[in-house]
Design a protein around this ligand. Structure first.
Ligand SMILES: [Fe+2]
Length: 416
């Protein structure tokens, strides 16, 4: 076997188990092919592709090689001969299912004045490949035996430089790829852990705020789902829709700063008490203000503006129409709709028909008219989601429901 191919095979073997091996080898083979093109070398190329579609990716490159090379032999499976009619100097050789070489990619480049270059994933694979190639080629009348090629390693300075260049390049690619993969894995792990921690903290913080208000995890889950259903009708960014699942939970986080005597009061609030109650919007905004995280920024917007009304009669700023952030206009509808379904000491639970009538009556008053229409267009889905959630949490204590809320991604609640 030739020295250069030995070196390359050893290198290839050592990186066999690494996922970047394929791209390294493809990169090197492209480099070799480019060299043939650049120096117009009358070489022979023997290359195997696992699938014909992989060859098609390289179609243009091989059209050029076809015009320059002494001969190109392409081994592939399920060759579509219609697509390769224009090749003049390339022989396409069909591989069978039981040919071991179809499992891996190999390339052999040979030139009478230069050494053969073998690239493969391992010595074993290359060995098998050479056997299969040799047998198949002999059926095409080509007697090719690369191990018999005469190579004088001291004679050709260009060859030695080339060998040095290829091996150094391959090593460099390996090292850099390895470093990148390690760093990327660490980064992905950190990001994923960070994301999970953030989401869990959001849920627990909202629980702390909602718990005092006697609302349940089920309300939080339902509200978040209605919000998602409506929001995805008006928002195209999948990222924003995903963030909204968590951000919506934060809209009432400011209730944490409202005294129990007001928050938990059974009867109607006095106007003074109601003014204090209203500050849960600005308290929430203060808690969430200035975060670099998109989900908290969205939570800030919601906490501050979810009690604004389309006609400008809401609080804390009396914002009107589209001056109110879209996210807050969406949450306003789903929050009120679900709150109307919950009985309190001072109010009864309304049946679905009444709740729909209330939403309609607040068209372009409390809520943006178009959003009410979209919500009602999806009312069947919303009712089905509610049924599924209630069923999922039937016979569970509030504690169980909260622990499910904390320990599962929102998709667990959203799948209806
Ligand atoms: Fe609120």
């Amino acid at each position: 076997m030739l020295e250069l191919s030995d070196i390359l095979m050893t290198k290839a073997s050592s990186i066999e188990r690494k996922i970047y091996a394929k791209s390294s080898l493809v990169g090197i083979s492209h480099g070799l092919e480019d060299m043939i093109v650049e120096f117009k070398l009358k070489s022979e190329i023997f290359v195997s592709f696992q699938k014909f579609k992989f060859f098609m990716v390289e179609f243009d490159r091989y059209m050029i090689l076809d015009s320059l090379c002494k001969k190109v032999f392409v081994f592939a499976r399920n060759i579509d001969f219609d697509k390769i009619k224009d090749f003049k100097n390339t022989v396409f050789i069909e591989l069978n299912d039981d040919d071991s070489m179809i499992e891996e990619w190999n390339i052999i480049i040979n030139h009478p004045e230069h050494p053969a270059v073998f690239l493969s994933f391992s010595a074993d694979i290359l060995k098998e490949t050479l056997i299969v190639m040799k047998n198949k080629l002999s059926k095409y009348g080509v007697e090719y035996n690369p191990s018999k090629i005469n190579y004088n390693k001291e004679k050709d300075i260009v060859t030695r430089k080339m060998r040095f260049f290829i091996n150094r390049t391959l090593s460099e690619i390996e090292d850099k790829s390895s470093q990148l993969i390690t760093k990327n894995n660490l980064l992905e792990k950190a990001l994923s852990e960070n994301g999970e921690i953030t989401n869990e903290i959001i849920k627990r913080l909202c629980y702390a705020a909602e718990y005092r208000d006697d609302d349940s995890a089920v309300h939080m889950a339902r509200m978040s789902i209605y919000t998602s259903i409506l929001y995805e009708q008006v928002e195209t960014s999948q990222n924003k829709i995903r963030l909204m699942n968590y951000a919506a939970l934060m809209h009432d986080i400011g209730k944490i700063g409202i005294p129990d005597s007001i928050l938990l009061k059974a009867g109607k609030l006095t106007s003074e008490e109601f003014n204090i109650m209203k500050t849960h919007t600005t308290i929430g905004a203060r808690i969430l203000k200035g975060s670099k995280r998109e989900v908290i920024q969205m939570g800030y917007e919601l906490a501050l503006s979810h009690h604004e009304k389309w006609d400008g009669s809401g609080y804390p700023s009396g914002l009107k129409e589209k001056d109110i952030p879209l996210t807050a206009r969406v949450v306003a509808i789903s929050d009120v709709f679900d709150a109307l379904s919950t009985a309190r000491i001072y109010k009864k639970a309304f049946p679905i028909e009444t709740r729909i009538e209330i939403l309609k009556s607040q068209r372009n008053k409390h809520f943006q008219g178009e959003l009410v229409d979209l919500f009602l267009e999806n009312i069947d889905r919303i009712i089905m989601c509610k049924k599924n959630i209630d069923l999922k949490f039937n016979n569970h204590t509030d504690e169980d429901v909260f622990s499910m809320l904390f320990n599962n991604p929102m998709s667990f609640f959203i799948e209806c």
